[in-house]
Design a binder for this molecule. Structure first.
Ligand SMILES: O=C(O)CCC(=O)C(=O)O
Length: 271
């Protein structure tokens, strides 16, 4: 079972069926090179401030990597990626039925894997929510936008297709683990129950991805969006983007009386 590769011209029905079956897939030609280059330019000053750390084999995050969060506050292009049509269709299908308050941005991190970086421990995005008996509803959808080319030798994300349907105790064999290989401008999606992790980088170039994950609106976000995208920045974002970050109320949850962010539930939105 390999990672399926589709194209942005494929129908949403195909994309959803494939994701349902394999738990992951790559879509090529999803973002224009302008969008990718603008993202990279916007993030450059922040990435400079995030020097690669030395590796500590006991740490979850490998060394020799650069990471920066709060993407939609740093780059208009990141906001455009966050509300991309295909991501919305996928989230509407996999998340909306499990939530009375929609979905939200869960993590937004620019992630460069440098030469010599070791591979990351395989994990599931939903490992942090162990409170549901299997099979559980989908809680999280993840995307990784290829800001550079992703290859096996430069740390392309490792995935175990089909593992979203596995018993939690099952350990993948080497033959069941695949690297996501994709040209710049592609996007990789996986479900919250799919085993994955960054690959090792044995090349001489940096692998650059933007990870944007989405969770059910009633869950605690993994990244503290309100600190990483503070009020004074969020107020100038497109409404759709600030709402995705969490600046909105729905069914009485998350109301605010902040002068820049006044939102209460509508009468007919209550129950
Ligand atoms: O960098 C990658 O390819 C995967 C990143 C990841 O899974 C994580 O940061 O937890």
């Amino acid at each position: 079972m390999k990672i399926p590769v589709l194209d942005s011209s494929d129908s949403s029905k195909n994309i959803i069926n494939c994701l349902e079956e394999f738990g992951c897939l790559v879509i090529e030609n999803a973002a224009s090179s302008n969008l990718v280059e603008n993202f990279k330019k916007d993030l450059a000053p922040a990435m400079e401030l995030s020097p690669p750390q030395e590796d500590n084999p006991d740490e979850f995050y490998p060394g020799n990597t650069r990471r920066m969060g709060g993407l939609v506050g740093l780059s208009e292009s990141a906001g455009q990626l966050a509300v991309h049509k295909t991501s919305k269709e996928i989230c509407d299908y996999f998340l909306t039925p499990n939530s009375n308050c929609g979905y939200q941005l869960h993590v937004s991190v620019a992630l460069e894997v440098g030469p010599g970086a070791r591979k990351q421990i395989l994990h599931r995005e939903e490992d942090t929510f162990p409170f549901f008996k299997e099979p559980r509803p989908n809680l999280i959808v993840a995307s990784m936008w290829a800001i550079s080319e992703f290859r096996k030798d430069n740390g392309g994300t490792l995935l175990v297709p089909g593992s979203h349907k596995w018993d939690k105790e099952r350990v993948p064999t080497d033959e069941e683990i695949f690297s996501a290989e994709m040209p710049k401008g592609s996007v990789l999606y996986w479900l919250g129950g799919t085993l994955h992790g960054a690959g090792e980088n044995i090349s001489s170039d940096w692998r650059y991805g933007a990870i944007l994950t989405y969770s059910l609106g009633w869950l605690r976000q993994e990244e503290n969006q309100y600190l990483n995208v503070p009020s004074e920045i969020a107020k100038d974002l497109p409404k759709e983007v600030s709402e995705l970050v969490g600046y909105r109320a729905y069914k009485g949850l998350g109301f605010s009386m902040h002068p820049d962010h006044f939102f209460m539930q509508e009468e007919d939105d209550m129950f």
